[in-house]
Design a protein around this ligand. Structure first.
Ligand SMILES: Nc1ncnc2c1ncn2[C@@H]1O[C@H](COP(=O)(O)OP(=O)(O)OP(=O)(O)O)[C@@H](O)[C@H]1O
Length: 516
């Protein structure tokens, strides 16, 4: 059914193709772009989960331009991202179609405007902006809400950007019949379900093209690229800041690098210690002035400095293809952030290295920062546990990472440092103690991983329904029994014929060795 949507057979196809040529330098549609346009034009809500650089912007720009006399509201977490979009529309001489909503620029929206770009804070805290939005709603001119970088809703919504969660409340209260498009390059199954729950949308799979569309029905369009050019490594974190700085410089040399840190203070401190050992580094974080941040970004983009020590805000929308290293100075707060951040490297297809420094002591600090208020809820601890699980993995890390996002990789990528001894060559007196892994209920992680992967597969496979899914309890039994054939499955209590059919090609999953 997806092929039907991802093709040109609709009344608006000719106009959409003309607009595409204008927007993309005579290009042709990339995979799933046409499906996004067609489904949006029909009135469905969408969750577009595509890799960075795959052309997600077109998935909302084009439907916005197709709808006459209506306006699409695009909400993005960073002003710099909004500015980039405005600049590229300007280059295409299409800037009259877009309006950048800021405190000094709420009125003067001309009749040519079909896209209003803004931040969540602007809608929620600027009285003029919210009443303008409600006015558009009253006049039936609000076509759609687009939430760019949708993973921020959960990852930031409960901590340092509460306006993301408030936006969901605003939506439910005032705009529940307006279709939404969520865009992100990283989304786990859990994130997608949580967003459906928060926005009260039904994830309906791929609809039949004759179905009656509804804004409450959300269609998930996703594909993930297996970025084999990224070498994933986890190394123990030297206990001393100078030795750590030296180690970073030794690894990255003069090559374009982003070092992700957990706090603004860390960004300053790490940049300083890298600079003190000869690296060309500068900090980048939200506590700096706009001009200071722009200056660092410029220096880095133009090659004047090679290393940016940054908080999570850096990277989104930074379009530099030749980043050779992403270094995690501390734990990423979730696998979605990790995926998003490593995805900034090697976008030119050349090899790049993603190095995560791990000290078990960092887990407590990361939980504290992730919780915002020091209160660690289950979703925060679950996200962090998945990160620790990836670090602890003795097999292929890429496999674990992709499984979290519902994708099965059959073989080790041969490009992660799995199986390597977890030791480094530090000066004798500074040598960190061998990292003691915290004992963890790995079997449960394994169950969860397989459960998420199977859930994802069942959703994609039209032969099966949700009810054919396998419970966590049964997965645990299957892990214990390790069935090899369809016949073996018949001895597992409670499995239906359909479940056995579904499981049969995936029995290898239950033979992965548990690490308890
Ligand atoms: N169909 C197409 N043909 C040619 N170029 C395209 C097409 N779609 C998008 N592009 C171009 O690809 C580039 C990346 O597009 P875009 O910024 O929308 O990607 P993205 O998926 O939003 O990436 P990110 O996750 O990094 O924000 C842009 O320069 C855009 O003009």
């Amino acid at each position: 059914m997806l092929q039907v949507w991802d093709a040109g057979r609709f009344a608006w196809t000719a106009k959409a193709t003309r607009l595409l040529k204008q927007l993309c330098n005579n290009g042709n549609f990339k995979p799933l772009q046409q499906a996004a346009v067609n489904l949006a034009h029909k009135g469905y809500s969408l969750f577009v989960h595509l890799p960075t650089g795959s052309g997600k912007s077109l998935c909302f720009q084009l439907p916005a331009m197709l709808q006459e006399n209506k306006v699409t509201l695009i909400v993005s977490p960073l002003k710099s991202l909004l500015q980039d979009q405005m600049n590229s529309l300007q280059r295409l001489q299409m800037n009259e179609k877009a309006h950048f909503l800021s405190p000094g620029n709420v009125s003067n929206i001309t009749e040519h405007v079909c896209m209003i770009y803004t931040t969540p804070e602007m809608i929620l805290s600027n009285r003029h902006a919210s009443s303008m939005l409600l006015e558009l709603l009253k006049e039936d001119r609000l076509a759609r809400i687009v939430l760019d970088e949708a993973h921020c809703i959960l990852e930031w919504g409960s901590t340092f950007r509460p306006s993301y969660m408030e936006l969901a409340r605003f939506y439910k209260q005032h705009l529940p019949h307006i279709p939404v498009t969520f865009l992100t390059a990283t989304a786990s199954d859990e994130l997608i379900s949580a967003i459906c729950r928060i926005f009260q949308l039904d994830n309906i799979g791929i609809p039949h093209f004759k179905d009656q569309a509804s804004s409450q029905s959300m269609v998930l369009l996703q594909s993930m690229e297996d970025r084999k050019n990224l070498k994933l490594q986890v190394v123990p974190k030297p206990p001393n800041a100078t030795i750590l700085a030296l180690d970073i410089v030794r690894r990255v040399g003069q090559e374009p690098t982003i070092v992700y840190v957990l706090s603004q203070k860390d960004a300053e401190a790490v940049a300083k210690s890298i600079a003190s050992v000869g690296g060309h580094a500068q900090p980048y974080h939200a506590g700096m002035s706009d001009s200071a941040r722009k200056n660092v970004q410029y220096q880095w983009m133009s090659g004047k400095i090679s290393i940016v020590c940054a908080t999570v805000a850096f990277g989104m929308g930074i379009d530099r293809a030749d980043v050779r290293h992403v270094v995690h100075h501390a734990l990423p707060l979730s696998l979605s952030s990790y995926m998003q951040q490593i995805g900034r490297s090697g976008r030119d297809g050349e090899s790049a290295t993603c190095t995560l420094y791990y000290d078990p002591k960092d887990v407590a600090r990361a939980s504290f920062i992730a919780s915002g208020d020091g209160f660690v809820d289950t979703s925060t601890s679950h996200s962090l546990r998945s990160v620790v699980e990836l670090i602890e993995e003795t097999g292929c890390r890429r496999r674990v990472l992709y499984a979290h996002f519902g994708q099965t990789l059959d073989e080790c990528c041969q490009n992660c440092n799995c199986g390597e001894p977890f030791e480094m060559d530090y000066p004798e007196q500074e040598k960190p103690e061998r990292v003691q892994y915290q004992s963890s209920p790995s079997v449960n992680y394994q169950v969860e991983r397989i459960y998420q992967t199977l859930q994802q597969m069942i959703k994609r496979d039209q032969k099966y329904r949700k009810s054919h899914g396998i419970s966590r309890k049964t997965i645990q039994v299957l892990l214990n029994e390790q069935p090899r054939t369809r016949e073996d499955l018949q001895y597992i209590r409670g499995l239906t014929e359909q479940q056995m059919n579904f499981l049969e090609p995936h029995l290898h999953m239950f033979r992965q060795k548990s690490r308890d």
